[in-house]
Design a protein around this ligand. Sequence first.
Ligand SMILES: Cc1cc2nc3c(=O)[nH]c(=O)nc-3n(C[C@H](O)[C@H](O)[C@H](O)COP(=O)(O)OP(=O)(O)OC[C@H]3O[C@@H](n4cnc5c(N)ncnc54)[C@H](O)[C@@H]3O)c2cc1C
Length: 488
Amino acid sequence: MAIRESPTQPVTVQGSHRNLPPAPGLPPTVGLPVSTYRQRARRRLWAADALTIILVASVAVAVALFLSDGGAAGFGSFAGMLTSMGVIAGLAAMDLVLVMFLLSARVPIIDRTIGQDKALLVHGSLGEPILYLLLAHGVLLLLGYAATEGITPMAEALSLWASGLDLRWAVLSLVLFVVVAVTSVIAVKRRLPQEIWHGIHLLTYAAVALSIPHQFSLSGLFAPGTIQRWYWIALMVLTGAAVLTYRVLVPITRSLHHQVRITRVTEVAPGVATVDMTGRDLARLNTRAGQYFIWRFLTPDLWWQPHPFSISARPTPTSLRITVRNLGTGTAKLMNIRPGTKVAIEGPYGIFTEAARASAQVLLIGSGIGNAPIRGLLEDLTFPHGGATVILRASRPDEVYLLDEISALCEQRGARLFVLTGPRATGNSSWLPASAVASGYTMTSYLPPEQVPDVYVCGPLPWTDLVLDDARHAGFPSENIHSERFAL
Ligand SMILES: Cc1cc2nc3c(=O)[nH]c(=O)nc-3n(C[C@H](O)[C@H](O)[C@H](O)COP(=O)(O)OP(=O)(O)OC[C@H]3O[C@@H](n4cnc5c(N)ncnc54)[C@H](O)[C@@H]3O)c2cc1C
């Protein structure tokens, strides 16, 4: 197929789409009224705000319970103040660790309101403050206890160490937190294989388990009969139950029930393959194109690697489809995986879907393997004929993955398609090709006048950030801007 392209004219695709499979039951071509989208978006944002308030308030409740349970009296002396501040730092850290666990537990309400990928971003951003709070907890308590007893901090440290196993475990727990925090720093994380990093990251659960005995045995903080004791036991049990349910039990039962298997692997470009899968009762999963699963392909050398991949076509009650680019050791093996291979699934996750809509029109922007969920969205979203614009961006024409399928869908659904190839502007200052930037084009140059669409973006991270900046610069409300980042 040949494409004639111009920076602001939709591409004319020459050639036929005869060889493509017919798209099964496309969504209605009449979009919903704008007010319906707005109401839905507002409801979701309120729910997200409410969730954020509850999570932040949990820290305030933990501190308030301590202060009302005698902690406030500690502020009467310098030593008491150090001790109380140390306790508060520890309680805040523990509370945030539980919040972190909940954010990564794949709890459905969190996924439906803020999206699992965004939840994981917040999860990652809590690591550093938690580490500082834990270090402050240790130092302030040591100084506070030493000042109370009138001995040096070193003597206090030795006496605490000798006091029993609970405190030694707490120290080991702190060491584990430091290891997890250091390996999560982006520069270090990038150098470690994903699986090793993930294995180290799981030590956080061990760190929390090791810290629990000292919380209940030292200083009588959670003494029997106190409200604090019941509050913390409830928080820990609920968080543990959420992690066990949604990270372990639900994926196992879903994998056993749906019996997903690979039916076909088709190379769609050098190093890029579409993997078709079938399974039982898939409608029950309510999967939408644009969501992602964490997949485990059950071959001897791949079963232990969980990989997130997005749905690249409208799911049916019997089929799921992903499109994968060979970017490393696991994805290289996937290129030749055999039909019939069983697949364990975790998901579907994310709201890079119809669920995020705030407007009747859509603008879909993809680059590289980011075209995979963009293709799925083009097939799955509801919009009126002519209500969608698709922009595919690549350095070279052979990197415009899934172009045949996307252009066929654009034709069927009346969407305008722009294929923008060529090098980026100097200094990577724009997501558009240098030629478009030189002509003064921005995102709105590709849209009908006055249109404020939902913008869906998926592509390499720095490029995605430039697209998002352009969307904000165009004055699009934040609830209209949606992105999927291929990095958890
Ligand atoms: C939400 C989401 C959706 C994605 N959708 C797609 C998709 O539709 N098509 C596609 O080709 N790719 C997608 N990816 C990226 C894909 O998961 C990685 O490219 C793949 O897991 C790399 O595995 P590997 O063993 O080949 O790479 P490795 O050799 O292990 O690493 C190559 C790169 O991939 C990253 N990576 C490896 N494993 C993971 C993981 N479990 N989670 C996140 N990043 C990882 C590494 O940090 C590294 O940068 C998606 C990622 C995310 C987070």
